[in-house]
Design a protein. Structure first.
Lengths: 296, 415
């Protein structure tokens, strides 16, 4: 049995467990490759029935247009419900305060919008595309990951998780984050996309884009980005290795046109995919700290 | 490419982090930015050498205290295989973490410091690996550089371990003399130990036979979810979704459903929109039956004309207790076995095992965290199961405390 087939079988098993163990789950859909793969796996897990969960998108208001177009087309094709939580709304209603300065990002603000949306729609499980190979705090997270009534993760006291026996029991007001592709690596994800010929957003392939250089990486020169006086916009041949919102998505200089090109590029790279993520660089345990507060 | 899951046991002092670090580094699974982050973090802590443990110790508390608290999962691949490492702390107070890591592993690496030889903890780690049904144990005798790469030292330790293995009834094990720090026999064969011809560790990991007979065992599939689209295109479709735990099934095969013991025939096998003739463990599948039976989540499907599972409300099992709340006799626990969940009580504790001396301690009334014991369980409804030694999926169960919703115990059914 190939590793992709085994990983697929495991992820499908997890998704079917979610359908049974929870009343009202949703898939956290960011428009990135990992949530696209999770959605594809959900399609396969329940066929010929429709995916029994809506997609939840947390919209920071700083999205690439390509992401939104892809999202809307996918929802239409699968016939699933789309729920959107808007960070702008959280700002307008005074739930959060916008960061200021050159590196202002809505990445952290998303947590409040996410938790508010989970509460509003009474979601009791949010399925995410996080992988253990992405980041050192995620390497320790369970596949069924408990969140208390404040949406917090407690990394020091996680439930033991043995064999494939997942425990989704919880008290009123608590919820779970579930990570069906925990055991996949970035390479597995791309090989699977290639094997399944999954259509991907154009951002992942090479294109020309107005960009500027800051703190060792290229960022998209979109209206929501405030340039420092010495930063200048150039036109570059780039692609995204991960897709978050515009403020935290690093662009890779690349000429990869096809899935095959992307796979060979990743095979040769010496930098991790989150190496281009500004949100992880804030401190040594930035991810753990955000996750404890309820982040994705 | 195949997938191999393995667990590593041993303490930091045995060079476990160094070994994992070397496997990751030499297989190019550590990236420049990760290495840079570890370098900076090592310097901030005043470590003189690169502290590879910081690669695997991801949590703030672990980094601050310099200890591994929890199971961490690591990934690397070679052109031959893809590997998942469940890296677990080796100290006695973390027995439960080793049990967790071992529950999904096909192979266990147990480290021995060549200067110290076989210790109590070696016995403990071997016992847990064999209790959790790990097929293959690799004993890495590390720090050979510190004993002058001596063949005599190596042979002495092997002999000592073989005696212990006889008592533990462990058969499938291999010895490799290594130096994780210098790289001898980790990825490349060692020029310092020409007397050893068994090949490097990575070579073994790439070629060892695993899960070899899973598809040949009696067929078992627990029903996870019933798929009924009730759509115009599929008005009458009713499929039973699950992951094959063991064995192989074909369309046309006769099956027996448990616990009802009703019989039927497989008409179709699907995965997504693809019809299949045959499905084997560990694939996920959707299966359709000829008869309109009452089938629900947790029911077990077995193939007729093969050895059948056991149905009973009374089960003897080995348990590892995982939480501070002690196991209480007569307390009601939720028992999850495959996809079914029933209430159960522990009627008696037959004996507890001292995991260092392996002595059986009787007259025990409760179990504490990290205890391993043999117990008798009584459930409110029948369980359908196999012995854990025959089937890790249908033979395993967890205890959930209904007061806290927490997973508190892990059980391996004896019968």
């Amino acid at each position: 049995m190939t590793h992709l087939k085994e990983l697929e079988a495991e992820s499908v098993y997890v998704l079917r467990e979610v359908a049974e163990q929870f009343q009202n789950p949703c898939i956290l859909f960011s428009g990135g490759k990992d949530s696209i793969v999770v959605t594809h796996l959900a399609y396969k897990a329940f066929y010929p029935a429709k995916i029994p969960f809506p997609l939840l998108h947390i919209d920071t208001g700083h999205n690439f247009q390509e992401t939104l177009d892809y999202r809307d087309a996918l929802v239409k094709r699968l016939g699933v419900r789309l729920v959107v939580g808007c960070v702008q709304e959280s700002i307008d209603t005074g739930r959060v305060k916008e960061e200021t300065g050159y590196n202002a990002s809505r990445n952290k603000l998303q947590t409040v919008t996410l938790l508010d949306t989970i509460e509003k729609y009474k979601f009791d499980a949010a399925i995410g595309g996080a992988r253990r190979d992405e980041e050192k705090a995620r390497a320790k997270e369970r596949i069924f990951s408990h969140r208390d009534e404040f949406g917090q993760w407690n990394p020091k006291n996680q439930r033991p998780e043995l064999w494939n026996l997942y425990n989704g029991h919880k008290s009123q007001g608590e919820h779970f984050r579930v990570f069906p592709i925990s055991n996949w690596t970035e390479m597995d994800v791309w090989q699977y996309i290639y094997q399944e010929q999954i259509e991907m957003p154009s951002l992942y392939f090479t294109h020309t884009r107005k960009a500027f250089f800051r703190d060792g990486q290229w960022l998209a020169a979109e209206p929501c980005m405030k340039l420092k006086p010495d930063e200048k916009v150039e036109v570059k041949q780039v692609r995204c290795r991960t897709i978050g919102d515009i403020t935290c998505t690093g662009l890779t200089l690349s000429t990869a046109h096809t899935l095959e090109d992307i796979i060979s590029e990743i095979a040769a790279t010496r930098i991790t995919e989150r190496g281009g993520r500004a949100d992880d660089k804030r401190s040594e345990t930035a991810m753990e700290d955000r996750k404890k507060a309820g982040y994705f | 490419m195949e997938l191999l899951r393995f667990t590593t046991a041993g303490s930091v002092d045995d060079g476990k982090s160094t070994l994992i670090g070397r496997l990751l580094y030499d297989s190019k699974s550590i990236f420049e930015d990760q290495l840079e982050a570890v370098k900076i973090a090592s310097e901030n802590r005043g470590n003189e050498e690169l502290n590879l443990a910081l690669l695997t110790d991801g949590l703030r508390a672990e980094r601050e205290q310099g200890i591994t608290i929890d199971v961490a999962y690591r990934y690397f691949a070679t052109p031959k295989r893809k590997f998942i490492i469940a890296d677990t702390p080796g100290h006695i107070q973390y027995t439960r973490n080793m049990v967790t890591g071992a529950s999904t592993a096909d192979l266990a690496i147990i480290l021995i410091d060549a200067r110290n030889g076989v210790l109590e903890q070696t016995v403990r780690h071997s016992f847990i690996a064999s209790l959790l049904g790990i097929e293959k144990i690799v004993i890495c005798i590390n720090k050979m550089d510190l004993v002058g790469f001596s063949e005599d030292v190596f042979n002495e330790i092997c002999k000592d371990y073989e005696e212990k293995a006889k008592i533990l009834n462990i058969q499938n094990f291999t010895f490799i003399p290594i130096s994780a720090k210098l790289g001898d026999n980790v990825v490349e064969d060692s020029p310092n130990m020409p007397w050893y011809q068994g090949g490097a560790l990575l070579n073994l990991l790439e070629n060892v036979q695993i899960k070899s007979n899973l598809a040949q065992k009696p067929f078992r599939m627990s029903v996870q979810h019933v798929i009924r689209p009730i759509s115009d295109k599929f008005p009458d479709f009713r499929g039973y979704a699950g992951r094959v735990a063991s064995g192989t099934i074909r369309t046309g095969d006769e099956i027996t459903l448990y616990p009802s013991e009703l019989k039927s025939k497989v008409t179709h096998l699907y995965f997504a929109d693809k019809g299949l003739e045959e499905v084997s463990a560990p694939e996920s599948v959707t299966l359709c039956l000829a008869d309109d039976l009452d089938v629900s989540r947790g029911d077990l499907i077995a193939k007729a004309k093969e050895p059948q599972p056991t149905i009973s409300q009374d089960v003897t099992l080995h348990v590892c207790w995982l939480r501070e709340d002690k196991l209480q006799l007569r307390k009601r626990y939720l028992i999850r076995n495959a996809n079914s969940e029933v209430l159960g009580i522990v009627k008696s504790i037959e004996y507890k095992i001292d995991i260092n001396s392996l002595e059986k301690i009787t007259d025990i009334q409760q179990l504490e965290m990290n205890d391993i014991a043999c117990i008798s369980l009584h459930t409110a409804a029948p369980l359908t199961f196999d012995a854990y030694s025959q089937n890790r999926t249908t033979g395993s169960l967890i205890f959930i405390d209904p007061d806290t919703n927490d997973t508190v115990g892990a059980g391996m059914i004896d019968l």
